[in-house]
Design a protein around this ligand. Structure first.
Ligand code: ADP
Ligand code: MG
Length: 308
């Protein structure tokens, strides 16, 4: 990945010029819902089907960086450096995991950025810092997937300011819709100011127990809620419940300890089947096009030589 001009030269108030990349922020203010698992495995599936993907680990817990198996010895620059040190150029913080798959890692000190940015009084700068510092690398990829921390704080706001789309991994629990309301309010606020093109692409149901009555009811409620927004000017007017839901599968919980995606760890398990099909649904999503009428790119026939 080549180094570009100094990202700080850009006007901090201008949205990204998305001529190529789809920038997908994976957001849920709850922890443990499947954000990181979805980021890693959707990225691996998209890359295996020929796309180039940049993973950004914006969670100070650095689970994504660990899950991706990035050797800590190799890490010199992280998103922390990019956000705090004007001398760091975005391309220096991109590590190549395999052909067409890059990672910008996190480190625990990223947690401190949250309070530093909250104190920054320069108008809008604290919310658009990530967008402005990453400009030069974003359009070198087909997809950028941002794994967000479990909060709606300033790091998540930074992800929303640079995203083209929001994808919400969640579990079909009681009260799931209430959490979604708060999240959508935040998305609407960012779209109202910093990022007018921002849209919610949809919801991914993770650790899904298809047989339970509750899961079925929550899915129906979600579809009704999203359906009511069709044709409105809300950011979720085109949002869908992505198919398929990702079933609970212990292999998905095991793969991170080996630094592998589910496709490297066990290509035949339910987890691999579900994430391959889910990635195809996300790749096919376009505003205003109902799922049944979309062409599904084939992710499952892709080469299996990637390291993640
Ligand atoms: P988040 O990033 O939202 O905190 P994670 O992706 O880390 O959530 O998932 C939380 C835990 O659940 C992890 O231990 C992960 O391995 C596990 N997990 C995620 N999805 C599944 C699944 N479909 N089946 C089984 N375990 C899962
Ligand atoms: Mg996580």
């Amino acid at each position: 990945m080549s180094q570009g001009s100094d990202p700080l030269q850009h006007d901090a108030s201008t949205p990204l010029d998305h001529d190529a990349a789809r920038v997908i922020a994976l957001i849920n203010q709850k922890g443990g819902v499947g954000k990181t698992t979805t980021a890693v495995n959707v990225a691996a599936a998209l890359q295996r089907s020929g796309g180039s993907v940049l993973l950004m680990d914006l969670d100070p817990q650095a689970h994504l960086s660990l899950h991706a198996g990035l050797d800590p010895e190799r890490i010199d620059r992280t998103l922390y450096d990019l956000l705090t040190d004007p001398q760091t150029v975005a391309a220096e913080a991109v590590y190549r995991l395999s052909d067409g798959l890059g990672l910008m890692p996190a480190e625990t000190s990223l947690a401190g950025v949250e309070s530093e940015l909250a104190e920054d009084t320069r108008e809008g700068r604290a919310q658009t810092l990530l967008r402005d510092r990453c400009r030069d690398v974003v359009n070198q990829f087909d997809y950028v997937l941002i794994d967000c921390p479990p909060s709606l704080g300033v790091l998540t706001v930074n992800a929303l300011a640079m995203a083209t789309e929001v994808v919400v991994p969640m579990q079909a629990h009681f009260l799931a819709l209430q959490g979604l309301g708060k999240l959508f309010e935040t998305v609407a606020m960012i779209r109202g100011g910093l990022n007018p093109a921002l849209k919610v692409a949809g919801v991914v149901l993770c650790m899904h127990d298809r047989q339970t009555l509750l899961a079925g009811e929550v899915r129906a409620d979600l579809e009704r809620f999203l359906g009511e927004a069709r044709g409105t000017d809300t950011p979720w007017a085109d949002a869908v419940v992505f198919d398929p839901p990702v079933r609970r599968n212990v292999k998905l919980a095991e793969a991170p300890s080996f630094g592998q995606s589910i496709f490297s760890y066990d290509q035949t398990c339910h987890g691999a089947t579900d994430y391959a099909a889910l990635a195809a649904s996300i790749a096919a999503w376009r505003p205003g096009v109902e799922p049944s009428t979309r062409d599904q790119p084939a992710t499952e026939t892709a080469p299996a030589d990637a390291s993640l």
